[in-house]
Design a protein around this ligand. Structure first.
Ligand SMILES: Cc1cc2nc3c(=O)[nH]c(=O)nc-3n(C[C@H](O)[C@H](O)[C@H](O)COP(=O)(O)OP(=O)(O)OC[C@H]3O[C@@H](n4cnc5c(N)ncnc54)[C@H](O)[C@@H]3O)c2cc1C
Length: 555
């Protein structure tokens, strides 16, 4: 079985890491899965030295994450691999839900134009990890394969680690430790930290099938299809003609029996027809849980990705939310390590991402309860909704085959400055920024590619700003934590010393409800943190102080 051959990454003896007393590294990441790798790349982009320790020597084996959402692609753009991921992946926006043989619901993830990235791409997790590894190495991250962390001892100003390698065991210290060691998180267990939530009693069969088929690049989900009665089925197209099919089996299914080709192939033939040739690339059975750690921060030890939280795969919120963890954490950690913010800024990492994890768990649990209802009442409700949805459009909105990953609006973050002025639209303080097409130096470009390298201000104008304003903006650029100001205009303007974004089609003005004078302050992770109808540099400076953790009493 299988066409994909996973690469083996070379083992390097830790001789250079071993000394007495133990070496102290500024930052160690445990786990080279997608989330640990994203954190390591971001660390390098922020100018931090980073050592990554992974107990394995290859990428994720088998079929795991398929769907990467628009927000993840925007993060991967910043990290430098989104073009490659989108070129290799299958872009899609449309999802269809069927009941028996009829379509009952359809959604479009990105209904309006003016976005660089699609609503979703499908790409096997092992390909994404390969790209992340190549990028991390290109940026100078020190990745050590076959380095298993067996113990961590937290201290007030560092953590000590015990690491097991083919050459023996050694100790090393880290000023800061990012734990990205996956759902089972040996480090979380070792530290005796709690993770709470629900285990769902259902089993799903994954079959990755290599076949030529001209089905459109859409997500198709069936309830009770004739080829798999009383259960659900999900179909996704991945790269290289690999199709991912998930069959719901029920809790009583025997996982070992169900994985056998003599059981899997008839299920596939019932769905695909006897005539269509296919080859099995991967078969596995999964169960799932929705749970999170109580606190993602334990002093100098910060948990990210599946180690911190887990959701069911319906909704594709695992790796997608893990990328957002790294995105939220790394700019804060860089400012703290570089002495530009107090370490309490990292409490807002835990606060922001615990809020996001609760939202993900809520959405994922709702989908899972609909797909695999466990109580008699919820099953009756589910079946009534499905029956009504066949004939009545109002019930179709209630059909939940997995609300797909959306980034959290961090509206509760204490780093936000609440609005004093009135605005319409979605770009509230805490919102992940909407993208928009712009022109830069006469070239077509995208808004999100212009920000995300530090704090930034967007100043919307209808004429070149006066000298006094430009002097004030220059001083913000030269501050201890610089704010890079971008001038946004619907016409081409010359403003020496400043980047001008020409919003020729008016997408930015519309999405940001902007008029001349409107000013936005943006976090390094492309979240809105404050906005005003007129630029007032004193207010902007106060909002920056707050965004650096200056109001920490309120958490
Ligand atoms: C069936 C299925 C479908 C999914 N579909 C999607 C989807 O469509 N979209 C999506 O976003 N997510 C999806 N997910 C979830 C996604 O796979 C995970 O969220 C993602 O892998 C989490 O990444 P991570 O880096 O946190 O952890 P992992 O990928 O688990 O990586 C952890 C790493 O830590 C290493 N490690 C572990 N212990 C140690 C140790 N002691 N010392 C050193 N290294 C260690 C491991 O070797 C591994 O490399 C799916 C998951 C499943 C199971």
């Amino acid at each position: 079985m299988g066409a994909y051959i996973n690469p083996i990454y070379p083992y390097k003896s830790p001789v250079d890491l071993i000394s007495t007393p133990a070496q102290r590294k500024p930052l160690i990441v445990i786990g080279a899965g997608p989330v640990g790798l994203a954190a390591a790349i971001d660390a390098r982009l922020q100018g931090l030295q980073v050592l990554v320790l992974d107990d394995d020597k290859t990428v994720s084996v088998g079929s795991r994450a398929v769907c990467y959402a628009k927000r993840s692609l925007e993060i991967l753009d910043r990290l430098g691999i989104a073009d490659e991921a989108c070129d290799q992946g299958v872009s899609w926006n449309i999802g269809r839900t069927f009941l028996e043989e009829g379509e009952v619901y359809q959604f479009n993830l990105v209904p309006d134009a003016g976005h660089k990235r699609p609503g979703m791409i499908n790409l096997q997790q092992y390909h994404v990890e390969e790209m992340l590894i190549a990028r991390a190495l290109e940026l100078g991250a020190d990745i050590r394969w076959q380095h298993k962390v067996t113990a961590v001892t937290p201290h007030d100003d560092h953590a000590t680690l015990t690491v097991e390698t083919p050459d023996g065991i050694f100790g090393i210290e880290a000023d800061w430790l990012v734990v990205a060691d996956g759902a089972r998180s040996p480090i979380r267990r070792h530290l005796g930290l709690d993770i709470e939530g629900r285990v769902f009693q259902d089993r799903f069969l994954i079959a990755d099938v290599i076949m030529k088929a001209d089905y459109p690049a859409e997500r198709w989900f069936w309830f009770d299809p004739p080829f798999h009665p009383n259960q659900s089925v999900l179909l996704h197209k991945q790269s290289n003609n690999v199709w991912r099919i998930d069959f719901q089996l029920g809790w009583d299914a025997d996982p070992e029996e169900e994985k056998k080709p003599e059981k899997v192939i008839p299920r596939l033939k019932a769905m695909l027809g006897d005539e269509r040739p296919f080859e099995l690339e991967w078969v596995s059975i999964y169960t799932f849980q929705c749970r999170r750690m109580t606190d993602f921060r334990h002093g100098r030890v910060l948990f990210v990705g599946d180690a911190a939280h887990q959701v069911s795969p319906f909704g594709a919120r695992g790796a997608n939310s893990g990328f957002q963890d790294a995105d939220d954490l790394m700019w804060k950690l860089a400012l703290v390590i570089q002495g530009q913010a107090s370490d309490s800024l990292l409490d807002t990492y835990a606060h922001d991402r615990q809020f996001a994890a609760d939202e993900n768990i809520m959405n994922s649990t709702r989908s899972t309860d609909f797909i695999t209802p466990k109580s008699r009442t919820s099953k009756t409700f589910r079946n009534q909704v499905l029956a009504l949805a066949k004939h009545h459009p109002f019930a179709r909105k209630l059909v939940n085959s997995g609300r797909l990953s959306m980034p959290s609006f961090l509206t509760e973050s204490v780093l936000n400055t609440p609005d004093g002025d009135t605005f319409a639209g979605q770009m509230v303080p805490g919102a992940p920024m909407d993208d928009a097409p712009v022109q830069v130096n006469g070239q077509e470009a995208w808004l999100l590619d212009q920000v995300g390298r530090g704090f930034a201000a967007l100043l919307f104008v209808d004429a070149a700003p006066d000298v006094q304003t430009l002097v004030a903006l220059q001083s913000l650029k030269q501050g201890a934590v610089p704010v890079d100001s971008l001038i946004v205009s619907q016409q081409l303007l010359q403003v020496p010393g400043f980047q001008v974004l020409v919003d020729a089609q008016g997408w930015m003005a519309k999405r940001y409800d902007a008029q001349a004078g409107t000013t936005y302050l943006l976090r390094p992770d492309q979240h809105v943190v404050a906005r005003w109808r007129q630029l007032d540099t004193a207010q902007l400076q106060a909002a920056l102080t707050r965004a650096l953790g200056g109001h920490m009493g309120q958490i």
